[in-house]
Design a protein around this ligand. Structure first.
Ligand code: SF4
Length: 189
């Protein structure tokens, strides 16, 4: 169940159930051991939304960020731990922030070295095609997804991606990464 999510089984959840925006951020976290501010925030809120606890999120964050040679545990505590607590409503104004919707992600500015946008918008068609193929989607599905993305229909592209991955359409078209996740889990589990 989602309650049992923890840093150990998160990788397999990410592979199976994360939408492309969040699997991208998660992969960057795991391979580069760093994310810029908006990427950190976007992924944190998503993880909170899928039910990862504050403690488990902190453990994941600490494990990954401190693998970065520039971040020792002291720097981590000073510069990175706060945002985790803040995102979970445990620091600062103690507001419980909502995970970002597709619209918010699609509309956000994505600068050099940032990964928090919607890949259907930010990736060029050749790269998108290559990545979707690597994910195991059939060539017809890939063509159709890239067409929608190139036409600016990012959520349609994502909905088609869902359909390609799980063999059926989501109950309603994708408008939130957390909706993608929960519908995917429901179909597969
Ligand atoms: Fe993420 Fe939404 Fe883009 Fe899908 S359409 S990749 S859920 S932002």
């Amino acid at each position: 169940t989602q309650d049992a999510l923890n840093p150990a089984n998160l990788d397999s959840y990410a592979k199976q159930f994360f939408p492309l925006c969040m699997s991208t951020l998660f992969n960057v976290l795991k391979t580069q051991h760093h994310l810029k501010h908006f990427g950190r925030l976007s992924l944190l809120l998503f993880l909170k939304g899928i039910g990862l606890s504050l403690e488990n999120t902190m453990e994941l964050w600490r494990n990954e960020f401190t693998k970065n040679p520039k971040i020792d545990s002291n720097t981590f505590e000073k510069q990175y731990a706060y945002l985790v607590r803040h995102s979970f409503g445990q620091a600062g104004a103690r507001v419980s922030y909502s995970p970002h919707s597709c619209l918010k992600i699609i509309m956000s500015n994505v600068g050099q070295g940032e990964y928090h946008g919607c890949p259907f918008k930010t990736w060029d068609p050749v790269y998108l095609k290559q990545k979707l193929t690597e994910l195991g989607l059939g060539s017809q599905a890939v063509t159709s997804i890239v067409e929608s993305a190139s036409g600016g229909h990012y959520q349609v592209a994502c909905t088609k991606c869902f359909e390609g991955n799980y063999g059926q359409a989501p109950a309603s078209s994708i408008n939130h990464p957390n909706q993608y996740f929960s519908e995917a889990v429901k179909l597969v589990k």
